[in-house]
Design a protein around this ligand. Sequence first.
Ligand SMILES: [Zn+2]
Length: 240
Amino acid sequence: MTTQTSVSQGQRSSSPSFRFSYLKSNKMPLQKWLLSILKGAGLIWIGLLSAIEPAAAHHTLAGKMPSNFFEGFLSGLAHPVVGLDHLAFIVAVGLLSASQPRGILISVVFLLTALTGTGVHLLNSDLPGAEIVISISVLALGLMLVVGKQASFNVLAGLAGLAGLFHGYAYGETIVGAEMTPLVAYLAGFTVIQYAVAMLAVGAGSLVFRASRSPLSLMRMGGCVISVIGTTFLLRTISH
Ligand SMILES: [Zn+2]
């Protein structure tokens, strides 16, 4: 006699916090598959970390000022990804907000304050210690992931918003003095890519919580990598 195991139908929980329809079905091989891709991506990231010299400038055009729309947009797309400190921070924000209702808003707060921070730079105002604050922001969020304690929406949004000012200020470095067209394209470029990275991280975080048997240890691993990046940048900034 065999016991029939059937996929239960009535369990389609419609948690409002997750808009990823592929995640709404029950545990599927696809999720396992995505999870292993995620682990692979994490390892590649660690590999990149050791390969890329952190001191590499966050400029894509070898320090040349973007002079047209295309160059501005490309440079904007590249900066938050080539700059591992920015990338690590955005991934951390996404992972930390993955389990939050309306967590996407936290990333949006970051996007807006990053634009404001660039504006501050373009107005030639000084934001002292931006590099140190950025490194500390990466380390802090990495440690939050390691500790695994859920921070409130307001705390996360506040931290992301404050840090966004400094990340944005650093983005301004690449574009200050450029013409209006490449400048606007640059702002659009880094906003688009930050949004994409944040959404990917939120999706990855949601996937980990839903498909992994040990979501906290995976989050902790991510937090470790992010903390190492934060520490590396912090030490580099202090030693300069
Ligand atoms: Zn940078």
